[in-house]
Design a protein around this ligand. Structure first.
Ligand SMILES: C[S@@+](CC[C@H](N)C(=O)[O-])C[C@H]1O[C@@H](n2cnc3c(N)ncnc32)[C@H](O)[C@@H]1O
Length: 311
């Protein structure tokens, strides 16, 4: 099976929607897809509204990618060790299953980040410990370890890159706003039912200031709009969607210095919702400034979001 076919087959194994759903809203954004291969992820990003510039150095893969004639996607030939200057700064950087080719990832990331605007995001997806497997004889485990160590020493590949993504991002001044494992069914596709892979696919989404991933206010606004058009109170609907529970866990993952920024961002984002809730209550004859409304807003005030016991 050629490399193009192999990559396309792998694309189908992976739960890409989980990662794509976690990105900020893409319409109007310019996104760089570094190590784009046959362009499957460039196609997915473009399908969600981004203008994508895919870079790769493998001409065969680029030929295959270009033959798809994807709207809003351009494929360029470049070595990521010396990414050429772009005409304008990009809004996002996508890099899937390519970071491991750069054992000194932070050096590469620092250069790539020069092509990004100040509020741009980076989404990295990489496998960790590809060979981790149970059961494994001590001899086979030692051989695999030696192979991975040799690749790292030679600067070819870092088989344990998945676990290091956050650290590399931090070194270049990016703070992870979401980190999770992506489901990859290929890892479970072992010939023997009593064998299992311990490899994991790590995903990290980061911004320079560690601010709320832009998709959150986007989702809040959408829920609030839906609530108002359905004749309900946006705050009640938000609570019903568990949106505030999701936010409550978020600050705990932030460095302490960032928590203040997070609370301030929450206050900014919740106040239009409070105003709309009050307007809604007034429209429906409720006492917007009365104890019930006050209690509801108090329950949702950002300070409580930082308290895991506040549900
Ligand atoms: C495993 S594939 C990942 C393809 C695609 N991003 C995906 O998630 O399916 C890694 C890609 O990185 C590209 N790549 C590796 N080193 C590179 C370099 N120095 N410059 C440009 N592309 C590189 C390879 O050619 C290949 O297409």
């Amino acid at each position: 099976m050629g490399l193009s076919n192999e990559y396309r087959r792998q694309f189908a194994w992976r739960d890409w929607d989980r990662v794509l759903d976690a990105l900020p809203p893409l319409p109007g954004q310019t996104v760089l897809d570094l190590g784009c291969g046959v362009g499957d992820l460039a196609a997915s990003l473009a399908a969600r509204g981004a203008k994508v510039i895919g870079f790769d150095l493998d001409e065969e893969l680029l030929r295959e990618a270009r033959s798809r004639q994807l709207a809003d996607v351009e494929f360029r030939s470049a070595d990521l060790r010396a990414l050429p200057d772009l005409e304008r700064k990009a809004d996002g950087l996508w890099c899937s299953f390519t970071a491991a080719y750069f054992p000194e990832l932070s050096t590469a990331l620092a250069a790539w980040a020069e092509q990004l605007g100040p509020s741009a995001w980076i989404a990295l997806t990489e496998i960790d410990d590809l060979f981790a497997h149970e059961p494994l004889s001590a001899r086979t485990a030692a051989l695999l370890r030696a192979y991975a160590d040799d690749a790292l020493r030679a600067g070819r590949y870092e088989f344990r890159m998945g676990r290091k993504l956050t650290e590399h991002l931090a070194r270049v001044g990016f703070t992870v706003t979401e980190a999770f494992a992506m489901k990859d069914d290929e890892l479970d596709c072992l010939e023997r039912a009593d064998h299992r892979s311990l490899a994991r696919v790590h995903c990290c989404i980061a911004t320079r200031d560690g601010s709320l991933a832009a998709e959150r206010p986007h989702a809040l606004r959408k829920w609030a709009r839906d609530a108002v058009s359905a004749g309900g109170s946006p705050l009640r609907v938000l609570a019903g969607h568990g949106a505030l529970g999701g936010l409550a866990g978020f600050p705990a993952r932030l460095a302490r210095g960032r928590q203040r920024l997070f609370r301030r961002a929450c206050r900014r984002r919740l106040s239009p919702l409070r105003r709309r809730a009050a307007a809604h209550d007034e429209d429906h004859g409720a006492r917007a400034s009365g104890p019930a409304a006050h209690h509801r807003v108090r329950r949702l005030r950002p300070a409580t979001l930082n308290d895991p016991s506040a549900k």
